[in-house]
Ligand binder design. Structure first.
Ligand code: NAD
Ligand code: ZN
Ligand code: ZN
Length: 236
């Protein structure tokens, strides 16, 4: 396991401190002018980051108070990664809060509606109820896990196999599920899908999460990319 990194050093790794603040720009995090001190000066204190310090993210070039970025980072799951609040560019490797469980993969010859020329990949996710950790909304409280194991389907063609490999990366990074409130049932403190859609029906489409759906593979590739999971992650 990696040694925990100081929040300050994560902020300094990805933001380059500017000599002068851009004159008329606001900080997207605290909504104050970048030329005035961070709006988080009272609630977030640091011995090495001044309330006036302004930094620019290295790749996307968006600027924020460095203290605001520190407050934002400290409010998250502190995994060493940062996400630009303006354009959502991810710095480092974003991880989620998916509880422990198991991902199983198998294939079978029957084809999916809309993918008649190949067989099918089946993913089975197993997660059991447990106690929430510090990364969850209510640490120490139980969470439920409804409807597990959950069965999901992909066409067993080149693009489907690529999505599968990326889903394995997302699983390792704990991005497929989270603990929260279910939109479907309204239950809180329960395991729910995160922002990466899965097809849970193969030969019917009663829920709207079935086949055929000609855009599904492209959509899920975009959702994976939004979590920082792209082809660049394969082979790691
Ligand atoms: P949710 O309802 O909070 O929704 C989160 C995301 O999952 C949304 O993007 C939504 O579009 C998507 N989603 C909703 N229903 C889906 C489905 N059937 N297949 C694939 N994606 C779906 O998330 P949740 O509570 O984790 O998921 C709800 C689904 O999980 C239910 O429709 C049901 O299939 C299953 N579930 C089953 C039981 C059970 O007791 N059998 C209990 C709870 C949930
Ligand atoms: Zn700010
Ligand atoms: Zn940005």
């Amino acid at each position: 396991t990696a040694t925990p990194t100081e929040p300050e050093s994560v902020v300094k790794k990805y933001l380059e401190e500017l000599k002068g603040a851009p004159a008329d720009e606001d900080c997207m995090i605290c909504m104050e002018k970048l030329s005035s001190p961070s709006g988080y000066s009272d609630s977030c204190q640091s011995s090495t980051i001044r309330p006036e310090a302004v930094g620019r993210l290295r790749n996307c070039q968006h600027s924020f108070h460095m203290l605001c970025m520190l407050a934002m980072y400290s409010n998250g799951n502190k995994d060493g990664s940062l996400q630009c609040p303006s354009c959502k560019t991810i710095y480092g490797e974003k991880t989620g809060t998916q509880p422990k469980g198991k991902m199983e993969i198998s294939t079978f010859p029957q084809s999916l509606p809309g993918h008649k020329d190949c067989g099918t990949i089946r993913i089975v996710y197993h997660i059991s109820r447990g106690i929430q950790g510090p990364e969850h909304p209510n640490p120490g409280m139980p969470y439920t896990a409804r409807g597990f194991p959950r069965y999901c389907y992909l066409p067993d063609n080149e693009k489907g196999r690529k999505v599968l490999e990326l889903l394995k990366v997302a699983w390792r990074r704990r991005l497929i599920f989270t603990v929260g409130t279910s939109n479907t049932t309204g239950e809180s403190n329960t395991v729910v899908w995160n922002e990466i859609h899965h097809k849970t029906e193969m030969d019917s489409n009663l829920s709207g999460h079935g086949y055929p759906d000609p855009n599904y593979l492209d959509n899920v590739l975009a959702e994976l990319a939004a979590q920082g999971v792209t082809e660049d992650c394969l082979g790691q």
